[in-house]
Design a protein. Structure first.
Length: 133
């Protein structure tokens, strides 16, 4: 019985560490996505050709976000992150073609998708920071 209790504790600790690592990866991705996304919006408005590189960077940044929500079995989070990544991929193509108005429209869709996920899966902590629900 004692061995089963110890094994259960070890498994529980491992699960907690795995969940913490996943959440750390999510937080790291969000800390990259935020500033790059903000800069992308400005670059689209300015018709800056480097916007395409930022859009590609954002597409890649959503991989750990998708992984996080898959591990939590949060299908809406997976859908939000796939949709956002797809929009940023479209933005990369549109900015490369100089289709700035279309890129701006796609950027608004992407950020609305991000906002939907944040509304659903984030909450403000007592200290003013944000945490995953």
């Amino acid at each position: 019985m004692r061995i089963l209790t110890i094994a259960g504790c070890v498994l529980a600790a491992g699960s907690i560490l795995f969940a913490a690592a996943d959440e750390a990866a999510l937080q790291g991705a969000m800390k990259e996505i935020g500033p790059v996304c903000s800069g992308l919006g400005k670059k689209i408005k300015a018709k800056d050709a480097t916007a395409s590189a930022d859009a590609r960077r954002l597409v890649a940044s959503f991989s750990p976000v998708q992984k996080f929500f898959k591990s939590r079995k949060a299908e809406d989070g997976v859908t939000f992150s796939k949709t956002a990544a797809a929009e940023f991929k479209t933005i990369g193509k549109l900015t490369a073609q100089g289709k700035w108005d279309e890129a701006d429209a796609s950027f608004k869709k992407a950020t609305a998708t991000c906002g939907g996920c944040h509304k659903t899966h984030r909450e403000k902590a007592a200290d003013g920071s944000w945490k995953v629900k």
